[in-house]
Design a protein around this ligand. Structure first.
Ligand code: FSX
Ligand code: SF4
Ligand code: F3S
Length: 395
């Protein structure tokens, strides 16, 4: 039988309650949430609780390069349960430029001391992109370029985690300006793996969900290893599925009900945001199932009415225009869509659509229809339709 979370020693739970100043119920809920986020089997929450409760507090060195510090902010500003308490309890944050009191030479000394004391055992977390043009002169800390600092700190690290899209693949600083002739970012902003020339664990997102980072750290504590990742180094528990696969508006996509403009009827009714540029069909992340700000599943960009911009996906976020329609990666859309609002008895019925599809038959015919339906080409018709369907005076 699987171990139960209630088997966790009561005494150690009391000690933990004191240490974290967090009711044990909240702590146990947190362990169950992390175990579920990691996709672990039933009973694994007990192992998570034990690992956190007896945490060896691995030393963490946290570097900041080209970024906005939103990754640290989102991690430390979470409200319920107080994630920062947990994160600061399970790790020993020995160097973090934004949070540490030390400055200048003292800060440099803290980094060197932690690296020496925990050689081969510390976890290196990198936030921000690394500018590589002109030998890295665009980001220097304590007289060293980001390139040199990264290489020096990574050399003796037990694990390297790139947090945020900037550190994962360049993120916002890697945006190519729309200047004539520009084919790369002005500073050559790059991801950690690219600069180190070896794969690292990446937690992309701008900012990433703090639970994805915390769950990765807890996995390291519980199993002594980082979680399984995809070819871009992203933990599969968080980035194994397309957003489009778990989106709550998906039924509208399948039924062909789209918002065509912000504030139109479809938008007000919560229809699919594909035609407003939603990049859910080409972005791998668990935003719809995890949500942000500890308020449940409905707190994420699409639920709030804005298309996903693909902030976590290399080649999509900060690279493709926000309102350009997404590429369908692995989901084939239906070939026939009804209009957003259809009068009874008008337009294509399911049967006639099926007959039409059968006549069109060939894949080529289907592809033309898909292109037509998914493009913005019938926006004008939709607007006309909306005008016609304005409520008429009662008779
Ligand atoms: Fe980048 Fe994180 Fe976006 Fe900001 O720093 S992923 S710009 S949220 O803070 O690195
Ligand atoms: Fe959701 Fe976007 Fe997919 Fe529509 S296109 S179902 S809004 S993820
Ligand atoms: Fe980013 Fe899209 Fe999630 S914009 S936060 S990947 S919904």
């Amino acid at each position: 039988m699987a171990a139960s979370i209630f088997e966790v020693d009561r005494e150690s739970l009391s000690a933990l309650e004191q240490r974290l100043q967090m009711p044990r119920r909240e702590f146990l809920q947190f362990c169950a949430t992390v175990a579920a986020t990691l996709g672990l089997p039933a009973g694994a929450e007990a192992a998570v609780a034990k690992a956190v409760e007896s945490a060896q507090r691995p030393s963490v060195i946290w570097l900041h390069f080209q970024e906005c510090t939103g990754c640290s902010e989102s991690l430390l500003r979470a409200e319920h349960p107080t994630i920062e308490k947990l994160i600061l309890d399970v790790i020993s944050l020995d160097y973090h430029e934004t949070l540490m009191v030390a400055a200048g030479h003292q800060a440099e000394a803290a980094r060197k001391d932690a690296m020496k004391a925990h050689k081969g055992k510390y976890v290196l977390v990198v936030e921000g992109a690394i500018p590589t043009k002109e030998n890295g002169i665009y980001c220097k800390i304590g007289g060293h370029t980001a390139i040199d600092l990264l290489k020096e700190c990574a050399a003796d690290a037990a694990a390297v985690i790139a947090i945020g899209s900037c550190a994962s693949w360049g993120g916002m600083p890697s945006t190519i300006p729309s200047l004539a002739g520009a084919d790369s970012s002005p500073t050559g902003a790059s991801g950690v793996a690219e600069v180190l020339g070896k794969p690292v664990v990446t937690i992309p997102g701008c900012p990433p969900n703090p639970y994805n980072f915390l769950a990765t750290v807890v996995h390291f504590l519980t199993f002594g290893a980082l979680p399984p990742v995809d070819k871009l180094g992203r933990p599969l528990f968080a980035y194994g599925r397309l957003i489009h696969e778990s989106c709550e508006r998906r039924a509208h996509f399948d039924a062909g009900r789209f918002a065509m403009q912000f504030g139109d009827e479809g938008h007000r009714k919560g229809y699919c945001l594909y035609k407003l540029g939603c990049k859910g069909p080409e972005t791998y992340a668990n935003c719809p199932t995890l949500g942000f700000n500890d308020v449940g599943e409905s707190a994420w960009p699409v639920a709030c009415g804005h298309p996903c911009i693909g902030c976590s996906e290399k080649g999509v976020g900060f690279q493709k225009p926000i309102h350009a329609v997404a590429k369908m990666l692995n989901v084939v859309p239906p070939t026939q869509y009804p209009r957003i609002s259809e009068d009874v008895g008008k337009g294509a019925s399911f049967a006639s659509a099926a007959a039409l599809a059968a006549i069109a038959g060939a894949a080529a015919g289907g592809a033309v229809m898909v292109a037509k339906n998914l493009g913005l080409s019938h926006q004008a018709a939709e607007l006309e339709k909306a005008k016609d369907s304005k409520p008429k005076a009662e008779v």
